[in-house]
Design a protein around this ligand. Structure first.
Ligand SMILES: [Zn+2]
Length: 474
């Protein structure tokens, strides 16, 4: 599978090391090809394509983590651009920047990083591709004429770089409809992304040394597994000179301040547990680690132990471990979220609700707590409160499909069927099923018999928007 794409990716992205071509300076003509609003539209279409094809992580804690890591970096970018960060559950080591500031990070890349600064260095590199408009420039250089074709091409490229099976069909279609599909993240682009990325790292109080450290590991790893090359390096060609450039540049920065990376390690541990195929092995693994690890790492291991126990439905033991963690670090919200989740899965709704309610006071709008609490409220038969919470929360996460699915459930229980269909429409639309989205809106309109009300007007408008998007981005 991978091999078939290799040739194509070579055409699209990859300038081999041996073929050192000096590229002319393209200059900042990117605006003329893709305006910021076109870029946003393209990005939304791109994201809908991806959601239909990739396994995008919808665990609210992992979602929040990558969003806040990205925000910490973009706050210092002085860019007009909006950014959207998400995690893909894929063990391939990869990250990519699509149009509209959509940046995807594979779990494989997160798990390969050893410090938060290493992970941040790749995220910063991707942010720099976006702020420097490399994608738009690449398209302009390719003289690609239409934005819809561009959306399809970018989605196909990324699917291919993810090794997705669906990519074969997608690529065939795209290539048939487009005469020239050359995109190069040139070596020049890569160096610029490294340079800007490192500036972002340093100004966001990450350790600039994280970049050369991570690149070096990827480089060596790639060399030792020749036929299993790292996807990230395929689309972002990495040479030894690039590694040493980043090392030299990092040396010019003052030593970074130490900071608490516990959250990063807890998220890594959560990903590890969620992806383990055997709960028993996972429990034994963490139990053994707990006996051998030095005390300062014990909390992270205990967290993994507790999550593994909970996955094996050993709720009492799991809760016992979480209680120990809470006693040690009562202010660590991850532990309260874990406690609430365990109580919920064990069927103790009132306890789960109590934890959510209590900590939403201190952390209002907390993504994981808000999501879980709205779910609990539905189960407790309090769908009115649930939908109110969800409408409020969706204002902060307007592109989150899981929240719309919950809202559809809540409104269904409220007997507000048109609103339930509306919410389901948004869910389908965001997950790459616009036809189903439009169908849901038609159902909503049929239920609202009275014509010309504000509600029908709103749904009709949304239906037109979806139909137009369907036309433009087939
Ligand atoms: Zn790159």
């Amino acid at each position: 599978m991978q091999y078939r794409f290799a040739t194509l990716l070579l055409l699209l992205f990859y300038l081999p090391v041996t073929q050192a071509i000096e590229l002319p300076d393209i200059g900042d003509t990117s605006e003329s090809f893709l305006s910021l609003s076109e870029d946003q539209q393209l990005g939304a279409a791109f994201m809908r394509n991806l959601r239909g094809a990739l396994n995008i992580v919808n665990d609210p804690e992992i979602e929040s983590y990558i969003i806040s890591l990205g925000k910490r970096l973009t706050t210092n970018s002085n860019s007009q651009q909006q950014f959207h960060f998400f995690v893909i559950n894929d063990s391939n080591i990869n990250a990519f920047a699509g149009p509209g500031g959509h940046i995807g990070i594979n779990t494989g890349l997160i798990m390969t990083s050893e410090t938060e600064s290493e992970l941040a260095s790749v995220v910063a590199h991707e942010i720099a591709h976006v702020t420097q408009r490399h994608l738009a420039r690449a398209f302009e250089a390719a003289q690609e004429s239409s934005v819809p074709t561009a959306a399809a091409i970018i989605a196909a490229i990324i699917l291919a770089s993810q090794g997705s099976e669906m990519a074969t069909a997608a690529l065939a279609t795209v290539l048939a409809s487009s005469t020239q599909t050359r995109i190069n993240f040139t070596r020049q682009n890569e160096k610029e992304a490294d340079r800007i990325g490192m500036l972002l790292l340093a100004s966001s109080n990450f350790d600039p040394q994280g970049m050369p450290a991570f690149f070096e590991r990827l480089y060596r790893h790639n060399k030792s597994y020749d036929n299993q090359s790292i996807e990230f390096l395929r689309t972002h060609p990495l040479t030894l000179s690039r590694v040493s450039d980043t090392r030299n540049r990092a040396a010019q920065y003052p030593l970074a301040m130490q900071y608490d990376q516990t959250n990063y390690y807890l998220i890594k541990t959560k990903i590890e547990v969620l992806n383990s195929h055997d709960n028993k092995i996972s429990i034994t693994h963490f139990k053994r680690l707990l006996e051998t690890k030095p005390s300062q790492q014990q909390n992270i291991v205990r967290y993994g132990y507790a999550l593994s126990l909970a996955r094996a439905n050993q709720f009492q033991q799991a809760m016992k471990q979480i209680k120990m963690l809470i006693e040690q670090e009562p202010e660590r919200i991850n532990y309260q979220v874990a406690a609430a989740n365990i109580a919920y899965t064990a069927g103790d709704l009132s306890r789960a609700a109590m934890i959510c309610k209590e900590y939403l006071k201190t952390y209002p709008h907390h993504h994981a707590l808000s999501s879980l609490y709205s779910r609990i409220l539905i189960k407790q038969g309090n769908a009115k409160e649930s939908s109110a919470l969800l409408y409020e929360h969706l204002r902060r996460h307007p592109l989150n499909p899981s929240l719309y699915r919950l809202l559809a459930q809540a409104e269904h229980q409220n007997n507000n069927l048109p609103a339930s269909h509306e919410a389901l429409a948004e869910y389908y639309y965001l997950t790459g099923l616009p036809h189903s989205g439009i169908e849901q809106l038609k159902l909503a309109l049929n239920l609202l018999k009275t014509e010309n009300t504000a509600a029908t007007a709103k749904i009709k408008y949304r239906k037109t928007q979806m139909e137009e998007a369907l036309q433009e981005f087939k």
